[in-house]
Structures are given as structure tokens and as C-alpha cells.
Design a protein around this ligand. Sequence first.
Ligand SMILES: O=C(O)CCC(=O)C(=O)O
Ligand SMILES: [Fe+2]
Length: 519
Amino acid sequence: MHDDICSRSFLEFSSRITSPIVNAVPYPHVNIHNVFNDRFLRECLAELKDQLTANFKETDLFKVYQTTDLANLQDCVPRARVTVPHLFRLRQYLYSEAFRDFIVQATGCGSLDGAVDCSCNIYTAGCHLLCHDDVIGTRRISYIIYLSEPDEVWTGTDGGQLELYPIGPDGKNPTDSPVVSMMPEWNSMVLFEVLPGHSFHAVREVSSITKTRVSISGWFHAKQIKQAEKRYGAPSTLQQLQAAGDIYYPPYTSVSIAARSSRQIAEHELSSFLHKWVKPEYLIHENIIRIREHFQNEGSIQLHDFLLPSIADSLREKLKREDSRNRRKCGQYDYACGHGWSVKGPPHIRRYLSYQPDSARTNRNDVGDRLEEVLINVTSTVGFQNWLSAVTGFHCTHAFSEIRRFRAGLDYTLAHSDIFKDSQIDVDLCFTSGPSQWLSGDLGGYQCFTSTEATDGAADVYSGDIAENESLRSIAPTFNSLTLVKVDKGITNFVKFISTHAKGSRWDITSRFVVAKST
Ligand SMILES: O=C(O)CCC(=O)C(=O)O
Ligand SMILES: [Fe+2]
């Protein structure tokens, strides 16, 4: 019987099962160790490495290398039965009646279809898959077989854990942090039930720079559609993984302002107070006209060194100090929480810290207070609203502002978390230090605007060049820069997950202004 494919202990174990063996919290799942014959699995790993091509894929939700869909092995690998015989046998075995019977017994999931739906994912340093529920079509059981590092122990500091999230007290959304965390151990297999609105899980970023997390994963499908309607906006996992291509970073617009003109915009139009905060060059009438021309042509603009150097320099020091505090705790889900900073979720949509101190002004934080001062004295003022109307050519009304901190290794927002319903100006005043580390996009932290059509269904979020995909803008975080982006109905944006290898957080004050009409 399959002892050249499975381990003896697994065959014995599976023959003894008479009732489901799943853990119930946070939802039915099981983690089985030493499933396959060690030699057989090593052959599979060798074939994966030597014979299959892995393509790099990145979207708001994940960063991963993915090989050919294993269901189409014979179409994608020349002479597949000869070149990848072990992978062929593994696939055949996984979707055999015997193995499906085991899944049914072990999980109590009801009868399963024989449809093959699996692929191989490779996570190197920085790769991750954020919180999602796997719900698409008839998917009933998710399985993941780990082929990571057969000769080394995978430890917590390597990252790459599969994390399961419970539903929070509202009965709808996953909580801010997971309650189950499983190492991707060599020759182990995790099974869990795909439950609409429940089966939230994520793959923690791989932080090891030497180890590779390799998995073969997929789904067993129900015979009939059983409440398996897609609940959440973005297609997740396989369909999205397959849909995505290489990431593309289009250039953003930026202008440098010459400090020569003396004529300033009328004092009654711009609050004189703004002069105490904003570099004078940005308040000069002729420069405002130049910015407006640029903005109207491009739909976005980035203004560097926006606040006065004296204000920016002291902020930079404070933020740097804050980023180096409690470093050994960074990566913990409650890192830097408290004193006015709280986690904004839910994690299948977003995670970051938001600064909202209590009105009694007791539980506060110095850095948060400094940023709040900027929010109160700059972005929330009538003077700024008037200035924004002048530099954009649109009559703008302030809708909201928020102080955010995106922590390394933890935080992000996903596309579809925020779909614009009308014309607005997105205003982001960014205080993230260390410009060079962010430019390549490898550490995430950039803001990306794209159309919802591009992220729906099978369309590719990032591929194509700017001419084909004009709604796409990607903006690297830069210290003391103000980015203005005109967004219209059907546009969505996200802040890409920040890698644990980033030296600090992304700090920003984000504001939204509703566009009433052209001035
Ligand atoms: O690799 C894992 O542990 C989970 C993968 C996953 O969630 C997926 O591909 O949908
Ligand atoms: Fe998944």
C-alpha cells in the first residue's frame, strides 16, 4: 500500500481514524507530522527545484514565487511523466479516492470532488501572504504540505508560520492577532476547513535570509456549492496568485520649487498661520501656479521638504528614537501599542497603528502629540484647504485626517479596503526616514493607487506599463514629503506590507479632501 509515498506512521495513523481529528479553535484544522516517506518527499523537492520554473508574484496581499499549476504538469513540463515522476505520483495520490477518504474521515467535511487544484509556492526572505479566508467557489478543505529545509529545524525567528485568526466579538471580522501559529516543518501537512467569513489565515513573512519555505498546497472541492460564495472583495490565494505578474513601479511626479518669486498668494486666502509650518516656497503665488499645472497634467504630485526644516528635523529625531525603542519586541502584534496608539484592523483589510489619544489628555505619547500638532496646525486648517484648492484647481473640503504608523513586519492596508466613491484628493504627509532603503520597493511601505477593475477577477494588478494602465501610481515613502493624488470613482489604494527588514516604520498623516467643483 502506498508506503513508498507515505510514512509508515501516517499509514497506521490514518487506518485507525474513525472520527474527525480536527482542533476546533479558531476553526476546524489539523497539523499532521511526518506524513510522507522521507526519501519520496526529497525526490519531490528535487524535482520542484530542478525541473519547475518559479515566477515571482506580488500584489497587495502577497509576495511569493509560484511554479506551474500542478494540475497542468503534463502541459507545462516537457515529458513530465519522465522528468517529474515523483511530483506526478504525489499529485495522483493526493487526489486519489483513498486519500480523499482519509480527508473526509479526518475532517468530517462530507463528500469531496476529485478536481485537482494545487500548486507549489516558494517563500524566500520577505515573502508573505496576508490575512484571507480562501473562499472561492466550491473549495471545502485547504491543505498545505511543507517541504521546507529537510535538514534544518525551522524556528520562530525564521518567520513563515501559518497563522489562524479567530472571529472577534463583533461576530464578523477576524481579531487583530492570530491564536494559532504553525511552523512550516519539513514533511508536515496542515488541513483546515474553508468556511466563509471564518477561515481567516496568513503566512507570516519569512525573515530568514538563508532558509526557503517550500510548500505544495491546494484545495479539495465539495461536490456541490455549499455556501461557498465569495464573501470578500479581492479574490484570494490561487486565483489571485495565478492572475498576478511582476510588479511594476511607475515613476511618480515631483517638482522642485525655486525660491525666487516674492509675490505671495493673498493673506486672506491662505491662513497666515501656514507660514509658520510650511516651507515659504510652497506658498508663493507663481509656484502655486506651477504646481497646479503639473497636478492637472499628471493627476498627482509629490512635494519634497514640505514642512519647515526646523520642524521636520526635530520630528525626524523623535521618530527615529521611537523606532529604536523596544526593538526586541518589534514583530509582536502589540508592539508600540498604548499611549494613544491602537491597532486599526480588521487584518483581512488592514493593520496599522492609529494615534487617537483620549480627550482627557492623560494617556498620550510624545511622538503622537507632535504629529497631532502638525495635523491640527497644517492639514486640518482652513488655510491648508484653501492652499490645496489653489494647487489642485479643485474646490476641496476637508473630510478627515489620520495619524498612522506602519510597523516593520506587521502592517499594511489592502486594495479594496478603501474604494473611492467620488472625486477626492488623497493627501499624504509622510515622515518615513531613510529614502534609499525604500526606493526599490523590496521593503514595501509604498502607496499604490490602482483601479478596482484592475484588481477584480483575473486581471493583473501590477503588470503592463503606465501607458496601458494609467490609473496606477506607486509612491515610495519619503521623509517630509506631501503627496497629492486625484482619485475618482472606482480607484482603490493600498500601503504595501512593510518588511521586517525595514529599519523603521512608515509614519504618515493621511487626509482626504472631497472635490466639489473646479475653481
Ligand atoms: O502556505 C501556507 O501555509 C498557506 C498558504 C495559503 O494560505 C494559500 O495558498 O491560500
Ligand atoms: Fe490560504
